[in-house]
Design a protein around this ligand. Sequence first.
Ligand code: ZN
Length: 419
Amino acid sequence: MHPRMLGTDRWRAYSVNDSAMLLAHRIRLDPNNVQATYLARAAGTARFAYNWALAEWQRQYQTSLADPALPKPNWMALCRRLNAIKRTEFPWMLEVTKDAPQIAIMQLGRAFENFFAHRARFPTFRRKGRDERFALSNDQFRVEDKRIRIPKLGWVRTRESLRFAGRIVSACISRLAGSWFASITVDTPNLPLPLAENQGAVGIDLGVKQLATLSTGETFAGPKALRALLVRLRRLSRDLSRKVKGSRNRAKARMKLARLHARIANLRGDSLHQLTTSITRRFHTIGIEDLNVKGMLGNRCLSRAIADMGFGELRRQLLYKAAGRGGQVVVADRWYPSSKTCSHCDFRLEALGLDQRKWICPGCATLHDRDVNAAINLRNMAVSSTVSACGGEGAGLARKRKAKPAPAKQESSGKASFG
Ligand SMILES: [Zn+2]
């Protein structure tokens, strides 16, 4: 996995259905040297078992072609076979949790299932240095405040405590950019969070200067430290390209770069979580724009900031967090001119330059802050689309504006108490 993916999916919503939601929380581990050695050995055992089972699978498949009477390979039979021979042939496997080899083979079974269903490519062998992970089923580990108990190892300290309450499903222990993480999947009952505090509406203008501007006038700046880190990132990537291929210095530089990528991703992820949690806690109806990210990425000045902030991620978080609190997110049509329309009199400008931060409406002479005005328009759009979705009166001007309901909204629109 590319280390860049570290931060943005530290909270991942797996699925949303009526009864429950699977959430994964990735927690950094603080193992001592002995524990780190164990973790590396368990990951190595998982990798060995996976590769052993994949080779066996291919061999059995070939022989079953030659003799159709022989059974086709399957993961459960491979698991049993390995259990029968590991004591004599691979005794070192017994030094780590039995889940390491067992779940690896189960994962191979799933990889083949995905392959047969045309969802994935043919499974490939796991590689040292790239595939450093093993999984634990819920009966094999325990989580307490700031520690996790792993079989045949004992308690390992963690940097934070588990964020979600609910039934623990599984854990995946993995090494990324030199650090160990436990990604713990929890089956949380729906509506795990208190309902949004005030049942009001808010519009969010996602920006370049600011991470976000709310219709209330509040602004959320992106993390300041990010700039400095990005400068360092450019320098380190340049350094790396100058190092001789295959040299020890190059390996060192690459590790440094991976760590920096991880830090940047974490920083970005944290600021997005703060923003989306704050908004979904306070507001029930949330209007955002559907950014034409492709079009904006074509603009060189904007691309950096947009890539840094991860708008798609921000939207994803808003959707699942709002759903968790009974709120709703309304996404404006991507051509909806939120910046160019006067939120006071509905006058629409022909054009508004990207660098124009303030403007005066020719219709009603109101002085607008570009971002706040856009956010107010998005709030109005969200409110009016909820009203018209329920067949209420007075949707007014905004009714003719197209608004695309987000999935979270569709679920609740029938129950909404507007109109
Ligand atoms: Zn106006």
